[in-house]
Design a protein around this ligand. Structure first.
Ligand code: HEM
Length: 369
């Protein structure tokens, strides 16, 4: 019955240890005025406050009325480490609400990279919710609750569900992605507050509208994998594409997952190819964190495509205080990587995670008005 406080200088769900399940859902706002938009933010905040606490669920006394809630969870709501992280797309700052002058400096609609085949049905959205918990039913319950309370103001745009390996119940080991590689080994440690202020959170020293302090940019990429092709690829090629051993997650030529790749001793890329995903993404030169971001990705599994192939892949999510020095520059270093033979980004977007609320009675987004 674990609960994660939704309150704080920052929203939960950004540097929070990954729960096992996610729904990433985007919406277009149908509110017709600034007052309705405020109302929407208040309702969302109230629902988050309610859903992240243990609750005895209401009993329906009038059988001529729809039940108060979905009934999925029985009599009690167990928060199950639920976090609901609210972020805004650049389209919310268009002419409709007069918020243009408040737009975070780097917030734009996501544009295509060379290997992308973006489908507009899977891109953008005025508002995004990243709903995470340790079971799919907790996530779905929260989503249905929020939809029920916000249907006047929100029209769903796209949604994708993700998961992490559930066997690792103590959450101690690095999750394995659908390529079978540990994903997150080189991630910036979330418990290092100075580092998180340097990489993830907008702080006083960033040239952003004042309201952005405590927020973060969120880059989301829906990346389809060609698993049939991957599963016919020799292990050596798979390992060279990432720069790590498949089973241990250790840098090539090393024993342990968290051994340093020591690029200075491999200046010609003999052991870990310059073309490998990890060396391109994070050359550790001149600084350890050249990629100024923190990743928080999930696997997805949707169905079978029209060619009879698995529609599976990665919901890549990264958080950064600056979209350019974070996601965009890192993706530019990855453009043309050998791994591209097996991956096809088809959706996602850039969003700005609202700063947190600290006191009862405050609502997410209040800083905007
Ligand atoms: C590292 C997988 C996309 C940035 C890694 C690692 C794996 C991996 C297995 C090595 C273990 C680790 O350090 O976590 C994937 C897959 C992707 C993908 C399967 C999708 C096809 C991306 C994208 C970015 C990115 C889009 C950012 C633009 C990074 C960074 C590292 C990394 C910064 C850390 C390297 C290090 O510190 O040594 N990725 N990744 N990855 N990836 Fe990705």
């Amino acid at each position: 019955n674990h609960k994660i406080d939704y309150k704080g200088h920052h929203q939960a769900g950004v540097i929070t240890k990954e729960q096992k399940n996610v729904s990433f859902v985007t919406f277009n706002v149908t509110a017709n005025s600034l007052d309705e938009l405020k109302d929407l933010f208040k309702i969302i905040t109230n629902r988050i406050a309610y859903l992240t606490q243990p609750q005895k669920l209401p009993v329906n006394s009038n059988d001529k009325m729809p039940p108060f809630e979905s009934g999925m969870l029985g009599e009690h709501l167990d928060p199950d480490s639920l976090t609901v992280t609210v972020s805004l797309g650049s389209s919310l700052f268009d002419f409709r609400f007069g918020l243009k002058h408040l737009k975070p400096r780097h917030l734009v609609a996501m544009t295509s990279f060379p290997n992308d085949r973006l489908d507009s049905d899977w891109c953008g959205g005025d508002i995004a919710l990243q709903i995470c918990a340790n079971s799919p039913e907790s996530v779905v319950y929260a989503l249905r609750d929020i939809l029920q309370h916000t249907s006047l103001y929100l029209a769903p745009h796209w949604k994708i569900d993700g998961f992490l390996p559930s066997r690792d119940i103590d959450h101690k080991s690095t999750p394995v992605n659908l390529f079978g590689f540990k994903d997150g080994t080189g991630n910036a440690p979330a418990d290092n507050t100075d580092l998180m202020n340097e990489l993830v959170w907008v702080t006083d020293s960033d040239k952003e509208p004042t309201w952005c302090r405590g927020g973060s940019y969120q880059a989301v990429r829906l990346i389809r994998f060609n698993l049939e092709f991957w599963d016919r690829t020799p292990l050596e090629d798979q390992e060279n594409d990432f720069g790590r051993h498949k089973v241990t997650g250790a840098p090539l030529g090393m024993k342990h997952e968290h051994d340093s790749p020591e690029y200075e001793k491999d200046p010609h890329g003999d052991r870990i190819l310059f073309n490998s995903h990890m060396r391109r993404a994070e050359p550790r030169n001149p600084e350890r964190y050249t990629a100024k971001l923190r990743r928080r990705s999930y696997s997805y599994s949707l169905g079978i495509n029209e060619s009879g192939m698995l529609d599976m892949g990665l919901i890549f999510i990264s958080y950064q205080k600056n979209l350019k020095t974070g996601f965009i520059n890192t993706q530019k270093r990855l453009n043309g990587e050998p791994l591209e033979r097996y991956i096809k980004p088809f959706g996602g977007g850039y969003y700005f995670v609202l700063p947190g609320v600290i006191n009862d009675g405050e609502y997410l987004g209040e800083v905007l008005f």
